[in-house]
Design a protein around this ligand. Structure first.
Ligand code: FES
Length: 129
């Protein structure tokens, strides 16, 4: 609500953006790599962007070794979703998805695209195929 109320006020917009926990990543082979240190007890998700990708990926820490990764393109008409904690919302027509990409509210009827993930000692690896 503070983000919506603050539209037009630059300082509030910046705080809205920073609460999205955006991180940039590089693609290596079939994987997008995200440092495990991006996550903490108070930070359970990041939006991962890479130059080659048209949309960010919402990466959520389910457990310290288990992560959920979903493509942030709305399945209704293709708008980019916004993350509000554990809910992904569509600014175009109001669809909502949960942290694993399941539709919670339409008009979208299909769940979000999901990616397999695995971890090594340093990274969460998002399999892009
Ligand atoms: S494009 Fe997302 S609800 Fe229509």
């Amino acid at each position: 609500m503070a983000c919506i109320a603050g539209l037009g006020v630059a300082s509030l917009l910046q705080s809205c953006t920073s609460s999205q926990y955006v991180t940039k990543s590089e693609i290596e082979g079939e994987y997008l790599k995200v440092l495990l240190t991006e996550f903490s007890a108070n930070k359970k998700y990041v939006l991962v962007r890479a130059e080659q990708l048209n949309f960010p990926i919402y990466l959520y820490q389910v457990t310290p070794t288990e992560y959920s990764a979903v493509w942030m393109e709305c399945t209704h008409q293709g708008a980019e979703l916004s993350a509000h904690g554990e809910v992904l919302t569509c600014p175009a027509h109001g669809s909502e998805f949960d942290k694993t990409g399941q539709v919670m509210q339409g008009p979208a009827q299909s769940n979000l695209r999901k990616f397999k993930t695995k971890t090594d000692s340093q990274y969460v690896l998002i399999h892009l195929s």
